[in-house]
Design a protein around this ligand. Structure first.
Ligand code: AMP
Length: 218
């Protein structure tokens, strides 16, 4: 099974690049934030426990999130491959993942880090709009909907995520730089890190990822 990982702050373009890579390599996208939103919408016990952390921009406790991801990984054992997006976010999660993959006889092929300065992350996230029906993503500045407040694809209303505004946003970024960014060293030490400039256009970032992945596999 091919396993890729995208590492980057909120607003680094992880979700967009993950969707592209999933298509290009036939991988199943595995985004921890999406799995949590699904659990919260369904009102599962995990969703109920996760919501207060989610709404305030805190990390959901490791035991909850690790359990959720490992369950997902096990359910995908027949798949061609997966792309992890948003997990792991700290050292404990990364180590738990390594242990689980070792037990499954699998390993991560490459960890793509999308490097974007904090000021640009704030600009991107605070302009983000999401569609109620299916989660299509827009940006007031760089990718506005044709009709303000309405999704181009399914005409549902657009909203701003609670954790994309004000203190919750700044807090999420603080957590990223303090807890998640050190994982770049963790994976660099394993010879898996592929660092890409995330400030460029979606096309350029995608191109650079593909070139660097190819170079890394040779
Ligand atoms: P995202 O959609 O990736 O921005 O994640 C939204 C929120 O979900 C985060 O702010 C956290 O509250 C929670 N979350 C997602 N992934 C994780 C993770 N790996 N560990 C802890 N919390 C997470």
């Amino acid at each position: 099974m091919k396993i890729l990982m995208l590492l980057g702050a909120q607003g680094s373009g992880k979700g967009t690049q993950s969707a592209r890579l999933a298509q290009e390599f036939g991988l199943v996208p595995c985004a921890s934030g999406d799995l949590l939103r699904e659990a919260m919408t369904l009102g599962t016990p995990l969703g109920v426990r996760a919501r207060p952390y989610y709404d305030s921009g805190e990390l959901v406790p490791d035991d909850l999130i690790i359990g959720m991801i490992l369950e997902r990984l096990n359910s995908l054992s027949g798949a061609n491959g997966i792309i992890l997006d948003g997990f792991p976010r700290n050292r404990a999660q990364a180590e738990a993942l390594d242990v689980a993959l070792r037990q499954m006889g699998q390993k991560i092929e490459g960890v793509i880090y999308l490097d974007v300065p904090r000021a640009l992350l704030v600009e991107r996230i605070s302009g983000r709009l999401i569609c109620r029906a299916q989660g299509h993503v827009y940006n007031i500045n760089s990718n506005p909907p044709r009709v303000p407040g309405i999704c181009d694809i399914d005409q549902s209303a657009l909203y701003q995520r609670k954790d994309d505004i004000g203190d919750a946003l700044e807090h999420k970024l603080d957590i990223f730089f303090a807890e998640t960014l050190p994982l770049t060293k963790y994976y660099d030490d394993q010879g898996k890190l592929i660092k890409v400039d995330g400030t460029q256009s979606i096309e350029e970032v995608n191109h650079n990822i593909l070139v660097k992945l190819k170079a890394a596999s040779q």
